[in-house]
Ligand binder design. Sequence first.
Ligand code: RET
Length: 258
Amino acid sequence: MEQITVGQFGLVYNAFSFTFAAMAAGTLFFWLGRSQVGPAYKTAMTITGLVTAIAAYHYFRIFESWTDAYDVKNGVITATGYAFNDAYRYVDWLLTVPLLLIELVLVMRLSQKETVSKATSLGFAAALMIILGYPGEIATDNSTRALWGTLSTIPFAYVVWQLFSGLGSAIERQPESARGLIKQARLLTFASWGFYPIVYMIPYTSLSGGAVATGIQVGYTIADVIAKVGVGILVYMIAVRKSAAEYGEQGLAAVPAK
Ligand code: RET
């Protein structure tokens, strides 16, 4: 384990703790928000809450793994010998990244054929990106890290291209009132996703030891909050706005409860 300082340990500890709370609160908000949207958007809200629920569980485990990896006594920190487990993060991504893309596709309410084909191709590429990234993340030498990172960038580039070109034409068919928000959700997805490969490259900077481990953990954590809770809030706003456009401002009350 890298030798970290007590301050670095505390920073990561607080970031994990905050993120567990944000994911758990997001889950409640998104699932309760189902009652505020029309029937066509309820599945999108269910999935948005599922993403944060899966992440809340994993942040709880990540937090525990972090506290198991170090001992702080009398202001001195020592590694316990239990390695911090990076697999929780990658298993979390493996489940939630395809779901995040599916939530974006669902809220657009495309034809059934388009929904299935876009959700499948985007979901598959996202899973491949995570699987290829993992061996690099746990590698101890920088050249193995670079090799897997480069391979993972291929499906990553496909997803980004699909978000901009593939979904681009579909956006023009969305209700006028929701178009701006959908573009914002796409931009926030793009910006937050772009942050992950940058964090992955921290070991190539002049930082060393504990600063690298701290930068990676805090960086991925910030990106996760934006990608899951931030994008989720935008998806909720899109669903509310599209429901109003399609079912009428007062119309939602008239939609029979299921
Ligand atoms: C890796 C490895 C290096 C190359 C690339 C990567 C991309 C990771 C991404 C992760 C997105 C995660 C999300 C999580 C939760 O909400 C795997 C770091 C391109 C884009 C959105």
